[in-house]
Design a protein around this ligand. Sequence first.
Ligand code: MG
Length: 514
Amino acid sequence: MPISNSKVKQLVEDYHKISLLNKTKAVLDWDMNVNLPSKGSEGRAKQVALLTEFITNQWLDPQFKSNLEEASLLSNLNPEEKAVIRNLNYQGKYYYRVPKEVIVEFSRTTSEAFMIWQKAKKDNRFKDFAPVLKKIIKLNQIIADHLGYINNPYDALLDLYEPGLTAEVCQKIFKKLQSELKVILKSIQSSKGYRSESELVGGEVFYPSESQKKLAEFILKKMGYDLEAGRVDVSTHPFETVLDRFDIRITTWYHENDFRDSFTAAMHEAGHALYEQGINVDYSDTPLSGGVSYAIHESQSRFWENVVGRSEEFIEFMAPVFQAFYSAQLGHIGSDTLMKLFNQVKPSLIRVEADEVTYNSHIILRFELENSLINGKIEVGDLPEVWKAKMKQHLGISPKTDREGVLQDVHWSLGYMGYFPTYALGNLYGAQFASKMKKELNMRRSLYHTDIKELLRKGELGTLLSWLRENIHQYGSLYWPEELLKKVTGKELDPTYFTDYLKEKYSKIYGVKF
Ligand code: MG
């Protein structure tokens, strides 16, 4: 890495320890999600809190802090050096503005809350989760106050997940998105070939976990996920985590009455993992390591899950594979039916299982709730009812249980408030990147003697991965999200790439015009 300034060099060296401590903490978090017995929760919370204290101490080290302050004033730095300072200041803000006691308390509370949430969800008892959720919201409000904001405390939290993001920016994007999505959904639902149910999944249909596991392995290899530098486990909520540059793990889930869930979850999480596995190795454990933001990360996972995994051409490639894995259930089912099955559009209760058209409405709902909670406009006790009302407003349906409502997501238990909007932004970034990729690969068609549709139809995903590696992955956190987007696509964020993608895709599936 071309770092020549001695002060920046020293900072990068010192940051190494912070990075290793963060990764150590990630091992404990991974284990909590995958293996931890319920009675181990309290002990684990203490261990994680202690590590958090160590990490905070590293940030607060007087020499490190003054080096960072001095280096921030330097003007003749190269792009890598500038990015190192920018990233340290961005990450450091949390440790420099929020008191150590609050940081440690937040860590302890959220570790304990995870297990409480898991049980409350299983038992469908929001009442059991409410007290700790109240505490988490209070702590988030305190954190926001310390971080500072202009109008809205929620802005301080949004910035933790996506640099510079504000509630106002979200509102503007979501408003436009929502009106477009409503029109698309209506046209699909009123089309002639529209069906909201399929007898191939749900109810009594049975897809054994063992076959689902093998199918997940098949698709992960196909995508190029390096299993010697990663592994796949099962968790309540699928996720990806970085324990080291060469230990990037994912989890999935197996629902035995629906083979799609584990397949799409595997593709989604592997999309995150491929990003991390493609980052310049020289950046490992430096401030330039890791994907640059949550939204850019999500652009990668949604690209693989939706733009690739749910495309007509790739399903055509996968059809014989699905038929072979589940011959009794799908042996007689053609690729056209499978394509419709993977792109079934209908308002549903669970965010992670939502289709591409209705998915963002789930995010908008959570954004509105978090904004109100942080601003004290609604109380924790009102959440289940408000959730139901908002579901009705945004999706036209409403859950009967809290398990399928306010308790469904893990995020709040982990303390993440302000995280959800990055999912919607990820969809938008993903579509904009994909549009550029298609254009470029199709331009080089004569060179490859093929185009992107043909590649998908043959299941040749290597060219797509190479494009992502070259244009996005290798840079890690060198370029800021909007900088990266501009560098790759030449444009600012424009939601019409996403809505145009939906219109093109679904007009073909359902034979409707938009
Ligand atoms: Mg994701």
